[in-house]
Design a protein around this ligand. Sequence first.
Ligand code: MN3
Length: 199
Amino acid sequence: MAHELPPLPYDYNALEPFYDEETLHLHHDKHHQAYVNGLNAAEEKVAAMVKAGEFDAAKATAREMAFNGSGHVLHSLFWTNMKPGGGGEPTGDLMDEINKLYGSFAAFKGLFLATANAVQGSGWGILAYSKMNKSLVILGAEKHENLGVWGVKPILALDVWEHAYYLKYQNKRPDWTKTFMESLVNWDDVAARLAKAKG
Ligand code: MN3
C-alpha cells in the first residue's frame, strides 16, 4: 500500500509566531510530500526488480529507501512533537529518565541543542530510547539516515535542514533550535512516545 502524507495535528498558522505559516506549508506540503513520493517510487522500483528478476538498481533503491523512508518517519514525528503553547519542561517518567542520564533538564537541553546545532549540513537533532540499553540517547543525524544507531526508537526529532527554518530564522540555526525547545516542543507527545517505546 502506498504511503501517504499525514495531516498536521494543528492549523498551518497555529504555531505562529514561532513557526511561520509559510514555512509550515512549504515544509509539510512540499518537502515531506516529496519524501513520501520518493519512498513510494523506491518501493515500486523494488517490486519491479523482484518481478523482472533483474537487480541492477538494487544499490540505488537501497539508498532511496533509506533516505526517503527515514525522511518520512522523522517528519511524521516532528509535526507531532510540536504544539501551540509548547515548551516548558517534561514531567513524570520522561523527566526521571532525563535526570538519570544527564543529571538535570538544563544539562539535557544544553547537550540536545549543542548536538542539533553542530549537525554538519542538513540533518536532525534526535532524542531516542534504547530498550536494549534501557536508556535515552541523543543523536545528531546527517541528512535523514546517517549517524543513527540500530535498535533505538526516536521520540523527539528536531529538523535542522535549512528548509525547516531559513525563511524566518535565516542562517541563525541556534535561534530556531532554542525557539523549538522553549516555545514549540510538545512534551506530552514525547512522554507518550517514551512509554510506547518502553512497552
Ligand atoms: Mn524537513
